[in-house]
Design a protein around this ligand. Structure first.
Ligand code: TLP
Length: 361
């Protein structure tokens, strides 16, 4: 059956699904590898395919160890729990996934308090981070961790200049603080900058990255770090109910995602740029295509006279799926199940919707 899935992409699918790169479905090669995967009980550390994936992820990131986790959210939470204790604060960007989209799990399940700063384009700098670090005092909760997000999802897939991220790491370390990277899409940053993920992340104490977004695996993320950190992270994964058993069936797809998909991510970036350039020409839509450097674009529809939700509903009638992320903002995410022809359909649909709006004005 899975042969019907012609490589990357699902031939024949009518919808243009730009809601997220999480919607990517496993390729034929992934499905074959899943069917044939050697498995064992991973809670005993006996799943050979998981062990291979973990060893390979650690190698690619130049780290001692890695841990396969069910989701990016759990990976971030495990890192936060491992680095902190209840009552500590976690410095992050205002729109960071750990702050806005993880259901306050850092508070509910790790007992920590987010201490966010807003940064233009989502890129924190040391001058923004430093004032958030609590002075040693019995009257304040203390800072436990700094987290950065690269690429920054809700700022439109923006990338940290390596020097800026490294300065934060160096100075946070000097202040005695560990730094975690939510690198859900770090491979997109790597492809866009031409720097390896190892180079981009070398100063971070831990990194979470997702196999299940643009890389295309059906499930799973990885946390990488020192052996000592990963041993503690393993215990927290179990505590959170993330100990999985014959999970080599998923790791097999993850291995293909890790080895093969980074080579094709540049196409998603080219499509995102093309899409942004097309949208920028539509009266009523505001977006700066120069700022679209990876696979995520967020545009403003205020001047159309409609809200993001209304435009999204109109798009849906035309089989184009995209979510509003704010009253007047819509996010579109490119990935391997959306080719150039589908991008052209999305541009044409938005042009038509906005033209209809103007005709009614
Ligand atoms: N992001 C999802 C939504 O939750 C918003 C998406 O569609 O983009 N870090 C970052 C930067 C993410 O964008 C996401 C998912 C996660 C962590 C969490 O990953 P999962 O969905 O595997 O828990």
């Amino acid at each position: 059956m899975y042969e019907a899935n012609s490589g990357n992409g699902q031939a024949g699918d009518a919808a243009v699904d730009l809601r997220s790169d999480t919607v990517t479905r496993p390729t034929a090669a992934m499905r074959r590898a899943m069917a044939e995967a050697e498995v064992g009980d991973d809670v005993y550390g006996e799943d050979p395919t998981v062990n291979r994936l973990q060893a390979r992820a650690a190698e690619i990131f130049g780290r001692e160890a890695a841990l396969f986790v069910p989701s990016g959210s759990m990976g971030n939470l495990i890192a936060i729990k491992t680095w902190t204790r209840p009552g500590l604060e976690v410095i992050c960007e205002q729109r960071a996934h750990v702050n806005q989209y993880e259901l306050a799990s850092m508070s509910a399940l790790a007992g920590c308090f987010p201490r966010p700063a807003f940064a233009e384009d989502g890129i924190l700098t040391w001058p923004l981070v430093e004032p958030l670090i609590r002075a040693k005092s019995p009257n304040y909760s203390q800072t436990g961790l700094v987290t950065l997000e690269n690429t920054h999802n809700m700022a439109g897939g923006t990338i940290y200049p390596t020097a800026v991220a490294e300065e934060i790491c160096d100075r946070a370390h000097a202040a005695g603080l560990p730094v975690h990277l939510d690198g859900a899409r770090i491979f997109n940053a790597s492809v866009a900058t031409g720097k390896s993920v190892k180079e981009l992340t070398r100063k971070f104490d831990s990194v979470m990255f997702c196999l299940s977004k643009g890389l295309g695996a059906p499930v799973g993320s990885m946390v990488v770090g020192s052996r000592e950190f990963i041993e503690k992270a393993y215990v927290h994964r179990k505590m959170l109910g993330g100990g999985m058993r014959q999970v080599g069936v998923l790791a097999a797809a993850g291995l293909i995602a890790l080895e093969e998909t980074p080579k094709t991510l540049h196409r998603d970036h080219e499509n995102a740029k093309f899409l942004a350039e097309g949208l920028a020409k539509i009266p009523g839509i505001s977006i700066d295509p120069k700022k679209v450097v990876t696979n995520i674009l967020i545009f403003d529809v205020r001047q159309t006279g409609r809200t993001g939700a209304q435009i999204s509903a109109e798009l849906k009638k035309r089989d184009i799926l995209a979510n509003a992320t704010d009253k007047f903002l819509i996010r579109m995410v490119t990935h391997y199940d959306v080719d150039r022809a589908k991008i052209e359909r999305a541009i044409a649909a938005l042009s038509e919707i906005c033209a209809t709006e103007r005709a009614h004005a």
